[in-house]
Design a protein around this ligand. Structure first.
Ligand SMILES: [Zn+2]
Length: 113
C-alpha cells in the first residue's frame, strides 16, 4: 500500500514546514490528488490517520481534492482532460496522448495553529 509512504512524505513536509513557519499544531491538511496518481482515497484516509498519530498533525482534518488529469493530444494539438491513463482523447478518439498533469499528489494547503 503506497498510500502509507505517501503519507509519510506528507508528514515529513509538515514537520519541516513546522520548523520554518514555527507552528505546533496542524488543524487541517488539504491534499490535491490527481486522477492518475494511483491513489486509493479510502486507503489514503486510513494511512493518514495512522501516520499522523503522535505527530503535530494528529487529529488534523484531512481534505482531499481530486483533480482531473490532463494530457496532450498529438492529433488535436491541444490539452484535454482524461480520466484514466490509457484513455482515448475525448475530442478525436486518438490514443496518442501524453499525460501532462494529474498524476501526482501534493499538499495544497495546511491550516495550522
Ligand atoms: Zn485529440
Amino acid at each position: 500500500m503506497h498510500e502509507m509512504s505517501l503519507c509519510e512524505g506528507v508528514l515529513q513536509i509538515i514537520e519541516s514546514e513546522a520548523k520554518v513557519q514555527n507552528f505546533t499544531k496542524v488543524k487541517r491538511v488539504i491534499l490535491e490528488v490527481g486522477a492518475l496518481a494511483g491513489v486509493e482515497i479510502p486507503a489514503l484516509e486510513f494511512s493518514f490517520e495512522v501516520v499522523m498519530r503522535g505527530s503535530i498533525a494528529e487529529g488534523a482534518v484531512l481534505q482531499i481534492n481530486e483533480v482531473d488529469a490532463q494530457a496532450w493530444c498529438m492529433q488535436c494539438a491541444e490539452s484535454v482532460v482524461v480520466k484514466e491513463r490509457y484513455d482515448a482523447c475525448p475530442e478525436c478518439g486518438s490514443y496518442q496522448l501524453q499525460v501532462s498533469g494529474g498524476d501526482e499528489m501534493k499538499i495544497k494547503e495546511l491550516e495550522v495553529d
